[in-house]
Design a protein around this ligand. Structure first.
Ligand code: EAX
Length: 326
């Protein structure tokens, strides 16, 4: 009798040990983003998953949730703060609402080209901004990329800011962007990305603005006829993590997350570059009219007051440093 009970206890103990090993063996990491599974964000998400799972030798497994299935970017950032989401690839659109220091990156016509933007984000300024995230219950892992944003609409060709007058344009939930479109004479309507396709389809808004990458990945040609390459603002993407997960990790484990984010950013930027080369032809094939020879000067002049919204509140130190970097 005694022997049988001992055996039962021993087996019970063994089962408990196996169970706890299993739990440790598979820490599941929930990764979300708003774009489709064919997008440049998904290319980056795949690279993140591959790198983290390889470096950690299976200690972490990554579950990808594309297409806004975890909500819009603002909702996912909130999810990071409360620990319902672990990693998010997001534009800086709604990020300024959480980390105001990042608003500077959303100023129109700030970056000249991809080289300059990537260089600033990979340098001291980018590092400083990533560090700032931890003052706001977020962990900044790396700067990835969305791309230079352009305008699309279903009404008319846009060549000058006057052509945008009166258009209802969906913007991201970002004060700097809203002000820029107001200055152009458009009527800005902030909205979370997952609602955008339907809003365009139903005519709630006439147009929107996004990089070629996003226009391609979201089949916007189905609901938008005209694309003008205004390139009015560079749109970075941030790879963010939840402090609730990251704070509990060892230095070595955190380093795996950093490296996974680096690999993700690299893969995404490569895909952005590829789509910058091939995207316009593809969109024309799909039936969009694409205006490539837009003069940026009148747009630049029109949106200038948006800078005051930023400098009035945050000064011009960061802005001057970025401008000095080209
Ligand atoms: O980050 O909201 C947007 O227009 C963003 O560019 C998109 O969600 C990708």
């Amino acid at each position: 009798h005694f022997a049988r009970r001992t055996l039962a206890v021993a087996i019970g103990g063994l089962a408990a040990t196996t169970l706890s090993l299993q739990v440790q063996a598979a820490t599941e990491v929930t990764l979300g983003h708003t774009l489709s599974d064919s997008s440049h964000y998904s290319v980056g998400a795949d690279a993140f998953k591959e790198t983290l799972e390889r470096l950690s030798d299976g200690e972490f497994t990554v579950n990808e949730h594309p297409s806004g299935s975890l909500g819009g970017e603002r909702a996912m950032i909130e999810g990071l703060q409360i620990g319902t989401v672990d990693v998010v690839i997001t534009s800086t659109g709604p990020l300024g609402n959480f980390v105001p220091e990042t608003y500077v990156l959303d100023l129109p016509f700030l970056f000249e080209d991809y080289d300059q933007a990537r260089c600033v984000l990979d340098g001291e300024i980018g590092e400083e901004l990533l560090t700032k995230m931890s003052d706001h219950d977020l962990v900044g892992l790396a700067w990835s990329e969305n791309g230079f944003r352009h305008m699309t609409n279903s009404m008319r060709e846009i060549n000058t800011p006057e052509d945008a007058e009166g258009l209802k344009v969906r913007t991201m939930e970002n004060r700097v962007h809203q002000e820029a479109f107001r200055q152009m004479g458009a009527s800005p309507t902030p909205m979370a990305f997952p609602e955008l396709f339907t809003a365009l389809q139903q005519g709630t808004v006439d147009g929107q603005e996004n990089p070629i990458t996003v226009i391609v990945a979201t089949n916007f040609w189905e609901v938008q006829d005209h694309l003008s390459l205004t390139g009015h603002v560079y749109s970075p993407a941030a790879i963010l993590a939840s402090p609730i997960l990251l704070d509990g990790l060892s230095d070595e484990e955190r380093e795996w997350f950093n490296q996974a984010a680096q690999a993700s950013a690299e893969a995404t930027r490569e895909e952005v570059s590829r789509l910058e080369e091939e995207g316009v032809a593809l969109l024309r094939e799909k039936g969009m009219t694409v205006k490539t020879d837009i003069d940026p000067a009148p747009f630049q002049e029109a949106v200038e007051p948006a800078y005051e919204i930023y400098t009035d509140e945050y000064g011009s130190e960061m802005l001057d440093r970025i401008r000095a970097s080209d």
